[in-house]
Write a protein that binds this ligand. Sequence first.
Ligand code: FE2
Ligand code: FE2
Length: 530
Amino acid sequence: MPAPARYLKPNIALEPLYNQWYAWWYLIAPHTAPMFVAHLHVRIMQSFLAAPDIHVAALKNPALMGGPYINYSVDRAPDIKRLLDRTLQDQAPSLRFVEALAELDKLLAASSGHSLEGLYAKVPELLRGYVELTYDLNHRASARFLEPLLYRSPHHRESSQSMVFRRIEQDARPYVFSTPRLDAEGGVHVRAPFRHAAVDQLFAMRTTPGSVEAIREAFALDPADAEVFSTFFTDTAPRRTPRYDGAGVRIRYFGHACVLVESREVSILTDPVVSYDFPSELPRYTHADLPDHIDYVLLTHGHADHLMLETLLPLRGRIGTIVVPRNNGGYLADPSLKLLLRSVGFPRVVEIEDLDSFDIPGGSLTGLPFLGEHADLSIRAKTAHLIRLEGQSLLMAADSNAIEPQLYDHIVQAVGEIDVLFLGMESEGAPMSWMYGSLLHTPLPRKMDQSRRLNGSNGERAIEIVNRLRPTQVYIYAMGREPWLGHVMVMNYNEDSPQLVESRKLLAHCREHGIVADMPYARRELFLGT
Ligand SMILES: [Fe+2]
Ligand SMILES: [Fe+2]
């Protein structure tokens, strides 16, 4: 007799890994992943092995959380050594790819402004046929990567992808970008690519009971893991949330930049980062508060707190279309979000450009320019999303930095005033090297690094946006304040933190001018036009 169908418990997470490191944007794209393996992972492991006690001591200082320190005790050094040795062996093709990129960089730097045709013969063998060499109008040469071909090449190392499924019972989780995962820690490690169809089968069981046995077989699970895996399931039917069927628009803030916008006809989720369901003092919306089908997911940019595979992959079977900004087309620091999401199994991904619109039931979606917050790199894969729905307009501006306020004069002329503004105000931002340092072949001078930051709007700039777009409601979001963001962002705010001081300036300005303004935390529900 077949075993009865069961549900997946609502606090089971999928932790995506690349060569045992938490996977994000740059670890999916085939031309950037090798840079992070060589310049971040290998170097951190070497540094830990050279002086593990320095890492241990550094992480006792909260100010150094988020820095390049491995969060394991000294006695794990042999395990780190094993991972390093295996990385040097298994990832050797990636390490050679990085050397080839460095060589190509040198060739391009030496180019004189004369024809680049002769240079093709000198391009390292590994990169031949995957790059076009071009000049900008100031005769500076660079390489354009033919990304779709790279995804079909041996450089796309899906075999380095794996997933740990495990139970989440509290918000606090260690920071993930500087520490590899050495153990499944009570979970089950599945060596399968992210696009594996059983991921959809498994997470469909959050709402529809299914066969545990079928999932075990589909993932070819190690029999030794069968017992732990079986504890991820329950006979108890989960809490379900019906689609919104009231008038107007319902907005639910899920934390950070994740907002569910619903009308009777359509559901839209922005930058999905969703908390798990477990007993908690802090009320929040969780996966159980999402509708069974999400018509559109809107991504503003690829930063790990906005494009989070951990949340997206389990939702893959429930998402209609993902709308992403278009990239620059082949620039190393700006991989295509469409290609990377397709590569991990999302079938319907559409790109949107600045001022490009398309209709949705009861309204439209429009991409608007998003300046700054990327260390002045020519990264175009970022957009603010204008949602028009049921006669209301909402701008999800994410980490837009109003460096040039006149942009918003032009925007208001093009699309009119808006009703509701959601804006991030992480006005300090990390220095460039924190996110992009691994893409460089030579380290940045410290002063340059500190001056080029990942900062969003400060109070003054946010006020410029508000004065031009004239919203009636303003919400400061995407601040990394919720505790379930701690593994990807380290934000130890106190009342005097500049980001909160700047946010209060905007809130005060709005309230003085009769604009509803707030900074939601953890959970908030709003209605428009009801
Ligand atoms: Fe960002
Ligand atoms: Fe952000």
